[in-house]
Design a protein around this ligand. Structure first.
Ligand SMILES: [Zn+2]
Ligand SMILES: [Zn+2]
Length: 386
């Protein structure tokens, strides 16, 4: 019955995905996507609650006893121009579903319909979270703050992400730390402007920023343990207007990644000390706006074992390295144990372009495997011992 429902909905789910693909919306603007989801939920008599931002939670109450399981999809696209030339390419100029969140949304929506059709056999309650803005400014935390993981309290939560690697029907997962802490900082160095020919009368913030930049590159090599890893990247340095003017300010923007709370704090401390210390030694002032972004994602070991057992050992590749990127599903995993796993959607024998590439084109035959995975996670829950 479940498998039959999954088979029956596949074509529809692919059509939904291609619709979302044609009408992508960037973070916190996913109103049309939510409207579309709402329409399908109403047609299928599925109860739901809308957030006061573009987010929606559908709930299926099974007729059998069981746990409260949460399943999550993100809905946002990226501000970039599509170059796939697909017949269902984006119709919105400069916006593209290049991270596959269209696939996540269609997969979760189809899962809701399949579970509803079979609700007499569904165990427990399933809460299906459609969140906005994973790519920024962040939709996971607002969903959590709106209380979606409470009342009823979610016992376990799962999410997936499509990657154009591996053939459809296979998955990947990582136990424990599965993505990085993603932080940023804006450093403003204030000196004293003047004539380029009289540097002795000025305090040159461009020169100071060069030394600050060099100092920052010592953190990963000299302060972070050889057994750990971290990234400090200076993505932007801006200052000045002309060759013969010493400006009064220089601004640097940093991307900072780490994989433990301890290293996260260490990076903040050292970035602050070096920036302030080097600036002061050269007579400049330094202001740092340090921003903690998405925390690292932690996959519960037992939830990962359950996932592997449920989806089939031969289909799930257990990887040993976390994503160097970040993922705001981490906020859900702070509220309940669970796991985030990869849904493989590579095109066998073709060139595959990675997520965020303008030619990103995963194989959407992976959708049925995503639906099947979500349904299996719900239906085998007796084996889920947390
Ligand atoms: Zn992405
Ligand atoms: Zn993504």
């Amino acid at each position: 019955m479940f498998n039959e429902s999954v088979g029956n909905i596949e074509e529809q789910a692919i059509m939904w995905r291609r619709h979302f693909h044609q009408y992508p919306e960037v973070g916190m603007k996913e109103y049309k996507t939510v409207e579309f989801i709402e329409k399908v939920l109403i047609e299928n008599n599925i109860s739901y609650k809308k957030m006061d931002f573009p987010g929606i939670v559908a709930t299926i109450k099974g007729e059998k006893e069981g746990k409260i399981i949460g399943l999550r999809a993100d809905m946002d696209a990226l501000p970039m121009k599509e170059e796939t030339n697909l017949e269902y390419s984006s119709k919105i100029d400069g916006v593209m579903h290049s991270c596959g969140h269209d696939i996540h949304t269609a997969t979760l929506l189809a899962t809701a319909v399949v579970l509803k059709e079979n609700e007499k056999d569904v165990m427990g309650t399933v809460k299906l979270f459609f969140q906005p803005a994973e790519e920024g400014p962040g939709g996971g935390l607002p969903m959590i703050e709106a209380g979606v993981m409470e009342d009823p309290k979610v016992d376990a939560v799962f999410g997936l992400h499509v990657f154009p690697i591996g053939r459809p029907g296979t998955y990947s997962v990582k136990k424990g730390v599965a993505s990085s802490n993603s932080d940023s900082a804006k450093i403003t160095i204030t000196g004293k402007g003047g004539h380029g020919a009289s540097p002795e009368k000025a305090v040159d913030p461009v020169f100071v920023s060069m030394y600050v930049g060099l100092g920052l590159q010592s953190i990963v090599s000299r302060n972070v343990s050889a057994m750990d890893s971290a990234v400090v990247s200076i993505g932007s340095i801006n200052s000045g207007t002309a060759a013969n003017i010493i400006p009064d300010k220089a601004e640097m923007k940093l991307s900072i990644r780490s994989f433990s709370e301890e290293t996260r704090k260490l990076l903040n401390k050292r970035i602050t000390e070096i920036s302030e210390g080097v600036s002061a030694s050269m007579g400049a002032k330094c202001n740092i706006e340090y921003k903690y972004g998405y925390p690292m994602m932690y996959n519960n070991h037992k939830a990962v074992d359950y996932l592997i057992e449920t989806l089939g050992k031969e289909k799930v590749m257990e990887v040993d390295k976390p994503l160097s990127g970040s993922e705001d599903f981490s906020y859900f995993l702070q509220k309940a144990p669970g796991a985030f796993f990869g849904l493989n959607a590579g095109r066998v024998g073709e060139e595959n372009f990675y997520n965020h590439h303008p030619k990103f084109n995963p194989d959407d035959s992976a959708i049925k495997h995503g639906i099947q995975a979500f349904v299996d996670i719900v239906m085998n829950q007796e084996k889920l011992k947390l």
